[in-house]
Design a protein around this ligand. Structure first.
Ligand SMILES: [Zn+2]
Length: 104
């Protein structure tokens, strides 16, 4: 089952219409993280938008500690990449993108 990606306006409309709660949307659908921060609220959307935003913020707070555990290291190729993705090429350490360049 692939859920069709919907716009924030669609999701906010569902909250206004009472079809879904903000919590349901955040839990079951993909929410545009960039869009929600810069969403232009139209007349009547304010309350639903704030509800959705509050739920979205909660999920971000829960995810924060996980993101912090990723350690970035500087590779021999000059890029930073997550430690787990560092590759050992013949010319030094490399990020996955540069592996071919760094292999002699
Ligand atoms: Zn690189």
């Amino acid at each position: 089952m692939t859920a069709k990606k919907r716009t924030l306006s669609d999701q906010i409309k569902d909250i206004i219409d009472g079809k879904k709660t903000a919590k349901e949307i955040i839990e079951n659908e993909e929410v545009d993280g960039y869009g929600i921060r810069y969403f232009e609220i139209s007349k009547g959307e304010g309350d639903a938008y704030r509800e959705l935003y509050a739920e979205w913020e909660k999920t971000r707070e829960e995810k924060k500690p996980v993101a912090k555990t990723i350690k970035y290291v500087m590779c021999g190729c000059g890029h930073e990449c997550p430690e787990a993705q560092v590759m050992n090429a013949s010319l030094g350490t490399s990020c996955p993108d540069c592996y071919d360049k760094m292999s002699d």
